[in-house]
Write a protein that binds this ligand. Sequence first.
Ligand code: 13P
Ligand code: SF4
Length: 350
Amino acid sequence: MLDLTKMRSTLAGQYDLAPSMRLAEDMADTHAKMARVMPLADFARYAPYIRAINALKREKNAVILAHNYMTPDIYHGVADVVGDSLQLAIEATKVEAEIIVQGGVHFMAETSKILNPAKTVLIPDMQAGCSLAESITADGIAEMRAKYPGAPVVSYVNTTAEVKAASDICCTSSNAAQIVAAQDSDVVIMTPDQYLAQNVAREVPQKKVVWWEGSCIVHEQYTKDDINAFREMNPDTRIIAHPECPPDVVDASDFSGSTSGIIDYVTREKPSKAMLVTECSMASNISDALPEVEFTGPCNMCPYMKKITLEKILWSLHTETQAVEVDPQIAAKAKIAVERMIELSRALAK
Ligand code: 13P
Ligand code: SF4
């Protein structure tokens, strides 16, 4: 567990982290990427951290891979690469820098380590978990295999290395339907997200998809009634849902896709009003690039993603102590499942 008091006093002794309007004004280009969602006075609190982290990245030869659910100060201020789970996994294979700092949750850092084991992979808060990753162990995979003998196991990347190692292939929300369709079996086991599996099952009717009963605490909260009530009051708002939402929520929406799929859709369609049925930072991160779109409606916060802050990123880079390790035997097996996904995704995209 991080000792926040020690962290803060050590950082204050090493870096000039006092809020600074002058620095915020000097960093106007960075602020412009989040000005719609963050007044300059608030940015003045983040600017010293952004400056310190970017200097430390150069000094230590580090890169930051950040998921689309990171807050705008991280996403626009310090990230070198941003993306959805698939894009971040692919980027992790290409990193040449010595250190990867994962702006995201623990399973993402494990995936980076599995794919690029020679690098030091830092996760700014070890407690940044995921309700899906916590819902299943390798025993759960064995249970499913016993129940459906011979059926391949397609595991969402939102799983531990141990679960990936026990699976045949991984998937993300952007390639799940294609990966399931490509399996050489009538029955396909999907773990651990029951809702992603149910959404995929409708897209791939030629397969019998069976699933583990896990769910994402962010997306399971949305209901069809919420969406329909919102639409009745806001008929001109485009409603866009992540496929971790229950199928009736996806049905009540206008579009469903991975986080990058959502960004691409809104960028292409530019609806005058949009409600993103997903994690709150998504709309904040793309708001300034899309001034013609008004982002409206409720969103849900991921408490795990929100454990990652600029302060903790600075601390992990300063101390290099939050390194993710994966047992080499488990990592080797997990790598096969992740690489199969990346290769199949590439082949299917051609
Ligand atoms: P994607 O970015 O792959 O859509 O995943 C969403 C998510 O919930 C990650 O934890
Ligand atoms: Fe896990 Fe859901 Fe948070 Fe993504 S948003 S990290 S799936 S709990």
